[in-house]
Design a protein around this ligand. Structure first.
Ligand SMILES: Cc1ncc(COP(=O)(O)O)c(C=O)c1O
Length: 393
């Protein structure tokens, strides 16, 4: 039995459980929505956090002396990439810092491009900051997404920034080198800044390989900001924080200067200690996690193919989020949500939340013990069968 098989009881302080009624109108669902894992955070990180909070004075602290070094060490051992410590900046959280990058590097009224379907905060961040949202529809092909290149290139010409999710949420897509190089080339040509949100990168399941955006064609010296964090892979979203990585000198100076002058990315000793611990003490843990998640993905795929022929799975090899395409069931979004909540008693994220292209889809979080996953697949099978008359009419 793997440590990941252990069922953990979480209380209502966790949003996954505390917000059930608000999200689904009932608490009688198995919660498989928000992106955190039903696994304990690795013990080395918990020990580090215990040590930090045991200090009798929780005053202003110095920067953790080795957090930058630990990030460099991680990129070297996981991706065989050398990075310069000077490219890094600690940030208060990835979503918070994406909106800061919009504010610092574009003007009110500028166009900002995202793909769709996409992680739902992006469109809101663009609109809230008074910029115009431009979206390019991803094309679903054989269980993964591809860009519509003609549409992408045309829309890019009018934009100042491209908000990119790599690996992609909600499709778990690991973008291949050819796609990334072409995005890089097009954005460079159109003088568009790329914000590459890579928070799911360390959850890339072998044999897939994540390619960090800042490693692309160095001769272009692209204007790109990469965001990463330990929050997804090491299950620490409660302590909020992230890492920005900018290679281009001019862009780095401008953006980090803005962050520093807004006092928005000051040292957070709890988060920095956790970063250090994640990147130096948890190699073994993450290997085991990836093996467990791979088996969970394979299990869900097999069960869905066997039991729910009108549902197909979109999953591109990274993250613990799979996107279920249930369009062939012929239900509208309200009916689909009701089917999952009331018939299957499952709490998934509705695909429509991720924008155009998400209609008729549901996002399933598979980062849970196999017993919970098996229960969810059983519930889905029973509900699907009991609605058979409706589905095939
Ligand atoms: C693509 C993506 N970016 C950012 C976040 C959230 O990052 P943070 O909590 O650091 O704002 C998530 C959380 O699910 C995510 O999926």
């Amino acid at each position: 039995m793997s440590g990941f098989d252990r069922v953990i009881t979480r209380d209502r302080r966790s949003r996954k459980y505390g917000q059930l009624k608000a999200m689904f109108g009932t608490e009688d669902v198995l919660p498989m929505w928000i992106a955190d894992m039903e696994f304990t955070t690795p013990e080395p990180i918990l020990n580090t956090l215990r040590e930090v909070v045991s200090q009798p004075v929780q005053g202003y602290n110095m920067e953790h002396p080795q957090w930058r070094q630990s990030v460099c060490g991680w990129y070297k051992k996981r991706y065989d990439i050398s990075i310069d410590e000077a490219w890094l900046h600690f940030v208060p959280g990835v979503i918070k810092t994406i909106v800061l990058s919009i504010m610092a590097l574009t003007e009110k009224g500028d166009n900002i491009l995202t793909c769709t379907p996409i992680y739902d905060p992006y469109p809101n961040l663009v609109k809230t900051s008074g910029r115009n949202l431009v979206q390019t529809r991803l094309v679903e092909k054989n269980g993964i997404y591809e860009l519509d290149w003609h549409d992408f290139r045309e829309k890019l010409k009018t934009c100042k920034m491209f908000l990119f999710s790599s690996p992609h949420n909600p499709g778990g897509i690991v973008w291949d080198r050819a796609t990334l190089e072409e995005i890089n080339r097009c954005c460079h040509e159109a003088d568009v800044i790329v914000v590459s949100d890579e928070v799911h990168c360390d959850l890339t399941l072998p044999p897939e390989q994540h390619i960090p955006f800042f490693t692309l064609n160095a001769s272009l010296n692209s204007k790109s900001i990469v965001f990463t964090s330990i929050s997804k892979a090491f299950n620490t979203p409660a302590i909020q924080g992230g890492i920005a990585l900018i290679k281009n000198d001019a862009l780095r100076n401008k953006f980090y200067h803005f962050l520093d002058n807004c006092y928005l990315a000051e040292t957070n000793s709890i988060q920095q200690a956790a970063i250090y611990s994640a990147y130096t003490d948890c190699d073994n843990w993450i290997e085991k996690l990836l093996t467990y998640l791979s088996a969970n993905v394979a299990y869900v795929k097999q069960e869905i193919e066997k039991n729910c022929p009108l549902i197909s799975m979109i999953y591109g090899g990274a993250s613990y989020l799979v996107f279920l395409n249930a369009q062939k069931m012929g239900l509208n979004d309200e009916q689909l949500m009701s089917f999952f909540v009331h018939n299957a008693k499952l709490g998934l994220s509705p695909g429509i939340q991720y924008g155009p292209g998400g209609e008729g889809h549901m996002r399933l979080n598979i980062a849970c013990p196999r017993s919970q996953l098996a229960e969810s697949m059983k519930r889905l099978k029973v509900a699907y069968e009991s609605c058979g008359f409706l589905l095939h009419k």
